[in-house]
Ligand binder design. Structure first.
Ligand SMILES: Cc1cc2nc3c(=O)[nH]c(=O)nc-3n(C[C@H](O)[C@H](O)[C@H](O)COP(=O)(O)OP(=O)(O)OC[C@H]3O[C@@H](n4cnc5c(N)ncnc54)[C@H](O)[C@@H]3O)c2cc1C
Ligand code: FES
Length: 360
């Protein structure tokens, strides 16, 4: 255990060690509205870019016009660490959206993309359990990574309910077919097409998903679809604690900026936190109003993060004992909270002693 971690000078600016630049090897048109971007990881960065199925990259995209600041967006990896040599993100256009259209229209092989290393908590607990995947549109991106990883790196079987407006909108159509041929006993996809089957409704979905009610569920898609799917899963008898969700939303801050470490004054009223990051334990003083991530960064501890605004879940960690409260939370759902997750960038202590583990 490290009791005497070195303080970084409070109020100083530290380089953001998660920022890297990767070369775009290929941009693959998946549908008229979606592309996959294949990124090369040089040997020197292989460790920094190790990832788990379901995690995402944060990508920097130039501002709308010259002089506008760059924007940051998260994109899930559709590649699998068990199969694919390169990192692949898959991006679907959002009507009127800035970054998704820039990536679909402007990004080319040979360009360099500034990214943050992979993070996120939308990761299966085990690759040896049967999973129900429920997705719509670009929500298939992390689900494909989870499916490939389970089939190749584990022994679980997968049922994937995948909704789209029409056949032309199905992302990964041929890849999904190939996986079904390769794993006929362990992988099945049910394509739902609005123009053929009608809009997905709560009753319809509950009936389709009921046979898989004992599985852990990974759910990702547009807001309206997620609401219907959560209700349908409850009707199908799936306990909320089995439903894992990834919420797609745009970031507003700049996670690529240098880190300004706030002045942190330790005092007698501080809580104590025992925190495990990357297998190393630290025993630290935790001032009552300072988010855990700031405490860790001020000690030079390389914890995962991206947005630092409670929107992406990159900094999610598990409370092993004690109580905290979050200043803001736009990403963890009730099932995550019930599982003990919190956001390090927003968590401040309630109890005097807290034990926390970063387990992704
Ligand atoms: C963890 C995570 C993983 C994700 N993974 C993926 C993925 O794998 N694939 C994927 O395609 N997406 C993914 N996303 C979503 C992605 O990060 C972006 O949110 C998405 O691409 C839209 O970004 P944009 O810049 O194109 O749109 P934005 O410019 O952010 O606009 C979004 C919407 O808001 C509207 N809007 C913008 N500005 C205004 C304004 N001032 N007033 C009113 N309306 C406005 C736009 O018209 C548009 O409809 C993920 C998000 C998260 C958090
Ligand atoms: S870093 Fe994004 S939620 Fe904490």
């Amino acid at each position: 255990m490290t009791d005497t971690d070195t303080d970084t000078d409070p109020g100083t600016v530290a380089a953001n060690t998660h920022v890297q630049t990767l070369e775009v090897l290929e941009v693959i048109a998946e549908t008229a509205d979606a592309v996959s971007v294949v990124l090369e990881v040089p040997d020197r960065l292989v460790t920094k870019f190790r990832y788990l199925p379901g995690q995402f990259l944060t990508v920097q995209v130039p501002g709308a016009t010259d002089g506008d600041p760059a924007v940051a967006r998260c994109y899930s990896l559709s590649s699998s660490p068990h199969l694919d040599d390169h990192l692949i993100i898959t991006v679907k256009r959002v009507a009127g959206g800035h970054a998704s259209n820039w990536i679909c229209d402007r990004l080319r092989a040979g360009d360099r993309l500034t990214v943050l290393s992979p993070s996120g908590k939308f990761v299966p607990r085990s690759l040896h359990q049967d999973l129900l995947l429920v997705g719509a549109g670009s929500g298939a991106t992390p689900l494909l990574s989870i499916a490939k990883s389970t089939l190749i790196g584990g022994s679980g079987a997968i049922f994937f309910f995948y909704a789209n407006r029409c056949e032309e909108d199905i992302i990964f159509a041929s890849e999904l077919e190939e996986i079904m041929v390769e794993f006929p006993d362990r992988f099945a996809v049910r394509h739902h097409l609005d123009d053929r089957d009608g809009q997905v409704t709560r009753d319809y979905l509950a009936n389709r998903l009921e046979p898989y009610g004992k599985c852990d569920v990974y759910l990702c898609g547009p807001d309206g679809f997620m609401t219907v799917a959560r209700e349908a899963l409850a009707d199908a008898g799936v306990p909320e604690s089995h439903v894992h969700t990834e919420i797609f939303q745009s970031l507003s801050g700049d996670p690529f900026a240098d880190i300004v470490i706030p002045p942190i004054t330790e005092g007698a009223e501080d809580a104590r936190v025992r925190v495990e990051v990357a297998g190393e334990e630290h025993n630290l003083s935790w001032p009552r109003e300072v988010p855990l991530l700031d405490v860790l960064l001020s000690k030079g501890i390389d914890a995962p993060y991206s947005c630092r605004e409670g929107a992406c879940s990159a900094c999610a960690c598990t409370i092993r004992s004690g109580d905290v409260r979050m200043l803001r939370n736009d990403t963890l759902v009730d099932a995550d909270l019930a599982a003990g997750l919190t956001l390090a960038c927003q968590a401040v202590p309630i109890s005097d002693e807290v034990e926390i583990e970063f387990d992704q």
